[in-house]
Design a binder for this molecule. Sequence first.
Ligand code: GDP
Length: 484
Amino acid sequence: GVSNQSTTSKLEDRLLSGLLSPEFDEQSCLSRYQSMLYHKISPHTPSPYLVSKLRSYEALHKRCGPNTPLFNKSVEQLRTNHSTDQLECNYVIWTPLGGLGNRMLTLASTFLYALLTNRVLLVDHATDFVDLFCEPFPGSSWVLPSNFPVGNLDSYDASSEKSYGYLLKYKLISEDPEARSDILPGFVFVNLESSYIWDVYDLYFFCDESQITLGKINWLLVKSDVYFLPGLFMLSTFDEELSLMFPSKETVFHHLGRYLFQPSNSVWKLALQYYHSYVAKANQVVGIQIRDFPWSLMSKENRFNQIMKCGLKENILQPIRDSSRKTRHLTEDQTGSKAILVISLYKDYYDRMKSFYASSTRLNRPVNVYQPTHEEAQQLKNLSHNEKALAEIYLLSFSDVMITSAWSTFGYVSYSIAGIKPWILLSSKVSKEVDPPCRQVRTLDPCFHVPPTINCKTKRRSKTNWVGPHIRQCEDVNEGVKLV
Ligand code: GDP
């Protein structure tokens, strides 16, 4: 809970060691100034280089943002269908795909790409977003104006003629320095949707030569449903900048997520209302995020047993004394009263947990079980559903200890922003049982589920895993990799 933390030392660092800009109006976005009262103090401070990079990005965004003269100039250039090196402002547009967790991960990935390539990040379909998040860049907006001349941005896919992979495949652009044409299109779509691994030309994005070509394009559009950010660490083009920005690799999303994603006042109110009504009283809050994917073979009962097995084994949950057996008197939790926050689409787990601990009223310090909502089904375009989902991502991130679910980007975002290493409930695509039931993550950064399988020298697909000094296999997804 929040009570046992020294709020004074926290108040001194309202701007998270310079991560956040001092230029905002506090009332317009309360979460920006209040999040640190609810999160654990982060042991990770952003590097001075990252801080200065963010400040100069903000200046660039202000200069080039929507409806500025420089923006209008770049839009005019777009009408010629050609790229030019005469423009001061170049852009990367992000378009949404997948659930909220996926969106936050790909938006952060695209933002890092913008930082590395001196582009301005604009958000398409921001109507889904304006009520969820505050504007992250002072004195400007990240919303792509509705009169932008290229329409239906979310309909672009691998087969689009403006797709980079398509242009390469049909030799409409070349990366061969000899054959490289001076005339490049003004607008290119980069397909990073998870099925991109099936097309070697889309995978070229992760090779240095492509970054030279793409660097000359004035307008890029990125669509992805995977956390492709670790892939940027595989390119030598960005090596130097990345090591200056992130001396510690495991905190990339931790910092960028805290910087970019400030819940709007209405979402923040939802999260705090619940927190103060129920959870804040407890000395320890255990957040359990339970995500069931359609491919899972586990019944709800199997799954609940797995959660209990994990919680008891790792001393996160306490057992109930079985009075029929002469067990040692139950060791009361040293930390005092405990709240278990069940974050899930389903009520089922809450009911099971609640009845498991029903008898705990006999304990000196009872275990209380809470669940803020149970939406029962995933909905992608419903705003109030998304507001609840975001409020829950934050509520979960206020926990003291976390258990999250394998494969779930919803959980990744929450623990990485919180700066808490959770135990991940493992999942199997082939079995109803998993052993061990859970595993603690070694590092905070989210998992990149589909790393590019390309050998940039031969330009062929290759099976080699991208394991290197800062890249390891994920704890929960065998094919996935993460920054360490
Ligand atoms: P992932 O599918 O677990 O990787 O997470 P995403 O956030 O990308 O997509 C899942 C979507 O389902 C979310 O955006 C929510 O809309 C919804 N969802 C999943 N789990 C929960 C939950 O525990 N609470 C709420 N409110 N919504 C959830």
